[in-house]
Structure formats: C-alpha cells, structure tokens
Design a protein around this ligand. Structure first.
Ligand code: PLP
Length: 532
C-alpha cells in the first residue's frame, strides 16, 4: 500500500481537524441562518426522480469539503421549521442548548448499551431520566428508564411490560393462541396500533375507548369494556392513557383509570394491567406543576393563570402512572431523537429482563451499568440525555415556564378570536394546551348549531356529506390563496379524536410550539379566514 496516501486519508478523516471542521460548521450555520430570511414555501423543491437512478459514491479519497458538498443540496432543501409561521404540527424549532448537547455527544459518540462503551454518558442518562421522572411523578422514590428513538418505541416498552405481567415468560414462550388485549382511547396516537401489531397482540386486539368531547377517555365505557373482557377471562395487558393528544391536546383521567383498573382486576381476580401514559406531547406541562399561581412571579395574564391551574391538577394524575413516554423532541424543543421511557418503580424493569435468572440483577445497584440487558436496542445513542440535560439547565425551569405559557397564550388567543365567528367552531375549547382544532364553514352557516346537531346525532347522512367536506374545501382554498410571507401554515386532521356516534370529525389545526410566533400572526389567521 502507498503509505503516504494512507496516512493522508487517516489524518483527514480520523484526526480532529479543528480549523477544517469549524470552518465547515460555520458555513453550515450561516446557511441555516440564511433560511430565516426566506418564507417556508421557498425551500428548494425535491428531486425524487433521480434519487434512485443516480446513486453516488466518489472514486478517489477526498476531503471534508467533499463531504460538505455532497450533502449540501439536501441540507439546504430541508426546512428547519424555525420560521414562526409554521404551525402545522407538534414540531417546533429545536433549541440551541440542545444543539450544544447533541454536538458534544456526537464528538464522543458513546454507545449506551453498557457503561464500558459510554462511561459517564451512561451516568448522564441516569441523571436525565431521574430529572424527568421527578418532574413527571413529582419527586418519586425509585424511578428508572432509558432513552429510545421515539415515542412509538417508548410506548412499546410500556406495552411489553404489561404483556409480561399478564403472560409471565412471554419473552421466551411467545403469546401462544390466547387472546391478549391492550386498551387506549379513540383519540390516542396511531403508534398504539403500531405497538399492538409489532408485539404480536394484533391491531384488532387494541381496543379503542371513545372519548368525551374534551378528548378524555369515557370512564363509563372503559368500565363496561373491562367487565365484558374480564367476564370472558380475557387478559388485558396494558392500558395506554394519553396526556396531551396529538391533535387536540386532550387528557385522560389517569387517577380515575388507575382506581378503576385496580377495582376491576380485584373484582374478577385478574392481574392488574400496566398503566402506561403516553405523554409524548403533554409531558412538558409538568414543568408548570410548581408555578405559584397566587404569587404569579412571571406576570401571566388571568386567563393563562386559569389554564395553568387546570394543568396543575391534570399533572397530578401522572403520579398514578406505572410508566410514561416522554418525547423531548416535541414540546421539549429538542433535536431528534430524544424520547424517554420511564417507569415509576425500578423493580418493574424485571419484566423486560431476558430470562428469569436475570431478574435478580435489577435489584442491585448495577442496573445502571448495562441497560442492554433489558433494552430493545443494542447500540443506543446518547443524544437524548445530552439534549435533555443541556436544554433543561440552559433554559432553566423559569425559562421553560415562560415558553409553555407563551404556547398557552397564543392557543388561547386563537380560540377566543375564532369563537367570535359564527361560521367557525373551536372543537377543543376545553383542553388546556398548545393546539387549536376548529371548523370553518362558508359564511352564513352556524357552526355551533351544526356541531350540536352532529353530537346529538340529528344530522342526516346527506347533511353530513354536505357539511363536513366544506371544512376541507375551505382549508384547501386558504392554502391556495395564502400569502406565504404573512399567512401561517396550518394543519388539517381528518379526525381530531372525538367521534360521537362513531363519526370522524375533521378539523383545521394549529400548534403553537414556535416561540417566535406573534399575536399579529394569530390575528392574521383569523383575518385570512374572514377573507375566504
Ligand atoms: C408523536 C407521538 C407519538 C409517537 O412518537 P414518535 O416520537 O413520533 O415515535 C406517540 N404518541 C403521541 C401522543 C404523539 O404525539
């Protein structure tokens, strides 16, 4: 081998080339910053046509600029969602403290499977998990958890614990022919379907309980369902409550579910199902738990204080969860992937251990050392812990409270303004959160009346087929007419979660995760609707 060429290669790609790396990084940073001068729709268009036809690999060794050059068009053609007019979904711009944390992590590239491969980064995961657990469960004694690549996987962990609870040894022996069910609400995230399918429970055995109009699982129907299942001795592995539904920000009553599960399981002598809470979106509100509403040190408006109080009482329900899913990459404004699965009691991890003989392992202090013994993943990035600890401490609890209150403020403003238009109907008026779901009808219609008729099941099929598509048509019309420089980009859902009489209700949607969105932008949404 030509040793000189080899050494050059190694030096370029495996030594810390500080000036070369920082130069390219500042170029990328400058390009990212330039995006803020552009409107969201001006992002470079895609070229799927040749992505498959022209795979690419250079022939000769190059340098770091070659690496930059080949990725640059894709980098430039990707919207970071920093623009304050992005309100489509539960995605906001990632914060800079998270960027610092994640870059630091990439420089060391730890693998959290065992502490031999990650040293103090493994310790950081313990710290990040415990910090989040204390926010969620409110100073709990013995929590534990791991970071995963997303809310779907975190939900999978919760369901898997439930499966092992009702079917001990399923990890080795499989499910057999027995019917096992999981339960979530009709407004829950579709990842619950993914989980039931992938765990072998089967999507048909995920029972979705209808919600009330505030997107909260109906306790009367849950109770009936549990009776029906337990009368036939059907095993219920888990129930996944939602804390902040993805479209409408609805909350299940976790405390009530906890008591009901225990009562019904005792009544029928069945194993109590795992009570998992999918707080992927709503968990961040737990940072408002300690806000002193009386003192109001951050001078929140009266309406916002009311919302904060309501959130504080919902937060209390989290203490009744056996396990939770937290997506830091949503309302935590962290980078992907930063999702955490957390159990309230560390001993519950024994259900995930590979074999029964491994279980004593989890009762001793070494549980921290080798998460790979119970995680789904083997190689596991430490990006989540770095993002979380950097963000929580960079921004600080008070900073988070300001960011959260701002989201509440903007959502509240939009709800209030829309409520004044008789051809609009705010669908999630009763959920204290960062999102707004609503109807827009042609002027002249009375949206509230139509809604009440729908809820009372008084609309004929013909009326339903006439009215509901109008909501989408007007959404499309606004999208065509909108001026991308001033008009916010909104989302649309074909079913916001509440389904009276099984009817899916479509809705316009705005999510206030972007800290730079202004009152004027919210007011302009309403104006643009009036102009339709
Ligand atoms: C986004 C979301 C999920 C899925 O999380 P990913 O991180 O996208 O896998 C699960 N549940 C809820 C409520 C969500 O909003």
């Amino acid at each position: 081998m030509d040793r000189r060429k080899y050494d050059e290669l190694v030096s370029t790609f495996f030594e810390w080339q500080q000036p070369a790396i920082t130069q390219i990084f500042s170029e990328l940073l400058a390009a990212a910053a330039a995006e803020s001068a552009m409107i969201p729709s001006a992002i470079m268009s895609q070229n799927y046509e040749t992505a498959r036809a022209n795979p690419e690999i250079h022939n000769l060794p190059g340098n770091l600029k070659d690496a930059r050059d080949v990725i640059f068009p894709y980098f430039w053609g990707t919207d970071s969602w920093n623009n304050p007019l992005h309100l489509e979904n539960v995605r906001g711009p990632a914060n800079n403290a998270s960027l610092i944390g994640m870059l630091a992590c990439l420089l060391k590239n730890p693998n959290l499977c065992t502490d031999r491969y990650s040293q103090r980064s493994n310790e950081l995961e313990v710290k990040a998990i415990t910090t989040l657990a204390n926010l969620i469960f409110y100073h709990t004694d013995d929590p534990w958890g791991v970071f995963t690549i997303g809310g779907t996987i975190s939900n999978l962990y919760g369901a898997k614990i439930g499966l092992e609870r009702v079917l001990p040894g399923a990890m080795r022996t499989g499910l057999g022919a027995e019917r096992i069910v999981g339960i979530s609400s009709q407004a829950s995230h579709y990842s619950n379907q993914t989980v039931a399918g992938w765990l072998g429970i089967g999507t048909e055995n995920l029972i979705e309980i209808p919600t009330d109009e505030n997107l909260s699982m109906r306790m009367d129907l849950l109770s009936e369902q549990l009776d029906a299942l337990y009368q036939t001795r059907t095993k219920v592995a888990y129930i996944c409550c939602t804390f902040g539904t993805t479209d409408g920000f609805g909350f299940d009553d976790i405390e009530a579910v906890h008591h009901l599960l225990h009562r019904k399981a005792a009544e029928y002598d069945m194993v109590v199902p795992q009570l998992h809470v999918d707080a992927a979106v709503g968990w961040a509100l737990s940072m408002l738990s300690d806000y002193d509403v009386g003192e109001n040190g951050l001078s929140f408006d009266t309406e916002i204080l009311g919302l904060v109080s309501s959130i504080q009482s919902k937060n209390q329900g989290l203490r009744f969860a056996d396990s939770v899913t937290i997506d830091f990459h949503k309302m935590g404004r962290g980078h992907y992937p930063a999702s955490a699965f957390i159990v309230n009691r560390r001993e519950d991890l024994k259900y995930l251990a590979r074999t029964v003989s491994d279980t004593p392992y989890f009762s001793d202090a070494n549980a921290s050392r080798d998460p790979a013994l119970f995680t789904l993943e083997c190689s596991r990035p430490a990006l989540g812990p770095y993002s979380v600890i950097a963000s929580l401490n960079g921004i600080g609890l008070t900073g988070w409270q300001m960011l959260l209150a701002r989201s509440l403020e903007l959502a509240h403003r939009l709800k209030t303004k829309l409520a004044q238009l008789e051809y609009c109907k705010v669908l999630n008026a009763g959920t204290p959160g960062a999102s707004v779901n609503w109807w827009v009808f042609p002027k002249g219609r009375n949206a509230e009346e139509i809604y009440q008729q729908l809820v009372r099941n008084e609309l004929t099929l013909e009326q339903r087929h006439r009215y509901l598509p109008e909501i989408r048509r007007l959404y499309d019309k606004r999208a065509k007419m909108m001026d991308s420089a001033i008009d916010a980009r909104l989302g649309f859902t074909t079913s916001f979660g509440y389904c009276p009489h099984g009817i899916d209700i479509p809705a316009w949607k705005a999510v206030f995760f972007n800290p730079k969105t202004t009152e004027a932008m919210v007011d302009r949404i309403v104006e643009s609707i009036e102009e339709l």
